[in-house]
Ligand binder design. Structure first.
Ligand code: ADP
Length: 163
């Protein structure tokens, strides 16, 4: 089941939440900063051992102080003009995150809108890509949650899912 919710992703009681990280994996602004603050400093220690992550790939750590058991860190593409492989890289983020989740027996997982903040990926295009990949994996999870930070984002996902 794909069930969009409007929430702060750090508060969700799921097996795994996904972080929209940057290549260093050492924290940043937006959802990344919120996750590091909520998980505590042990998360930074764990991330330092990962030696970064290429764009489109994913890495896993414990959730530490979060209600979620795991954090899957993926690095979305920064939007340039749509002709620099951005769509494929964003698709890779969703696919690699869900694959890594399966390998760790994750049954419930929540995603923020990867690349749709500071990285400026157009929200409608990003949501279409997210839902396309989520649908491919839907039946191997109990619940895949697009975690929307605004009412507008929630409506966007609801419209795509009902269409
Ligand atoms: P990126 O650099 O990949 O664009 P951002 O963190 O800037 O990452 O934004 C990604 C998305 O996460 C945006 O849609 C933003 O509104 C959303 N977001 C920010 N904080 C949270 C949060 N605490 N929970 C869920 N979503 C969040």
């Amino acid at each position: 089941m794909i069930e969009p919710v409007r929430a702060d992703i750090t508060q969700l009681h799921v097996d795994a939440i996904v972080n929209a990280a940057n290549n260093s994996l050492l924290g940043g602004g937006g959802v990344d900063g919120a996750i590091h603050r909520a998980a505590g400093s042990a998360l930074l220690d764990a991330c330092q051992h990962l030696s970064g992550c290429p764009t489109g790939e994913a890495r896993i750590t414990p959730g530490f102080n979060l209600p979620a058991q795991y954090i899957i860190h993926t690095v979305g593409p920064a939007w340039q003009d749509g002709h620099h492989g951005e769509k494929q890289l964003l698709e890779n983020c969703y696919r690699n995150s869900l694959q890594l989740a399966l390998e760790n027996n994750v049954k419930t997982i929540a995603f923020p809108g990867i690349s749709t903040g500071v990285y400026s990926f157009p929200k409608d295009k990003a949501a279409e890509i997210a839902v396309k990949v989520m649908r491919e994996f839907e039946y191997r999870f109990e619940k895949i949650i697009p975690c929307c930070f605004s009412e507008g984002d929630l409506v966007l996902y609801q419209n795509i899912l009902s269409g």
